[in-house]
Design a protein around this ligand. Sequence first.
Ligand SMILES: Nc1ncnc2c1ncn2[C@@H]1O[C@H](COP(=O)(O)OP(=O)(O)O)[C@@H](O)[C@H]1O
Ligand SMILES: [Mg+2]
Length: 373
Amino acid sequence: MKHYELPVAEPLAGAAPASAPEAARGREHIVFDNLQKRYQGPQGPVAALSDVSFAIARGEIFGIIGRSGAGKSTLLRTINMLERPDSGRVLIDGADVGQLDEDGLVALRRRIGMIFQHFNLLSAKTVAENVALPLRVAGVKPAAARVRVDALLDLVGLRDKADAYPAKLSGGQKQRVGIARALVHEPQILLCDEATSALDPETTQSILALLRDINRKLGLTVVLITHDMAVIREICHQVLVLDGGRKVEQGEVWRVFGDPGAEATRALLRPLQHDLPADLAARLSPEPQGPGASGVLRLRYTGAGRAQGVPLAALAALGPGATLLHGGLDRLGGHAQGSLLVSVPAGILRQEAARAALAADQIEVLGYVAADA
Ligand SMILES: Nc1ncnc2c1ncn2[C@@H]1O[C@H](COP(=O)(O)OP(=O)(O)O)[C@@H](O)[C@H]1O
Ligand SMILES: [Mg+2]
């Protein structure tokens, strides 16, 4: 019971994204070594996982993202051997989970909590009974179970709903019950399979804040799969991008967001980006047309160089005619990144010094717009 005395207050919305203190995170907790998995589909074999190798550090929130069918659920389920790879190994604390016998698997699954998109609660049981169920199955005495369940309901902010039935709860409350139930055996790992995909944006924020809180307070390793980059941005430290069963990218979240290397990653990021607005795109031509034309520049900030922000002097260097058109900066893991669209008088772009500055600063000329009619 040692970890759970602290009742958690309603988590702060919009708290800093990076959660567990760096010092609390540590060495390799889960290692995936060259996993392969095929299924027999109606049209022949489907390669769900191909050559997948990576490691998850203890205490981190690790996101796995990919479009539908990328192999995310299959990969997640190899951690507790709900899915066995055809070859390759999954090591937890150095031990090959594929070698466990039945008793070993039962013990392993108790050390790994899991939550799901559709909550998987029993509708005929109350909130407290749902949370208590794994304890009952494990033979824990009712009085001891009750103490534990109360502490967990405090942790997820649902003490007053102990005797309610799931049908009376909102989606966010149901997921809180799912989280409490996943934590009953004091797991060291929490697996989240699209845990917020059935929730509205506001509820998603509160569940993500709770997961961040739990990660920080209990030092759990959280492995989270999602198709939504906004979820990754919100709470993950590391992200792995799966595409067609293969790992196409992995890294710290701010690095992958600031400078995605794989086309699959760029496609997943597109909905979050400040793209060229349609009205501006329609007016853009490849060469300046007529006097008074302006060049439209895209300034991209990956977060790598100017970690603390973008000095306005960098814009001033583009001359007094520079105009901010569109865009914005986000802060991710302490790094400012994003993109800005700026227009400058076309003449500036013909100057040697300006060209050099553009080249040095990853500034892209998108095109030109004619002077306002
Ligand atoms: N039990 C199964 N039988 C046959 N094919 C499966 C099975 N489970 C998953 N697949 C296939 O494997 C691929 C990966 O599935 P999955 O891991 O569920 O992806 P994701 O969670 O990223 O949507 C998909 O093509 C899917 O259709
Ligand atoms: Mg899935």
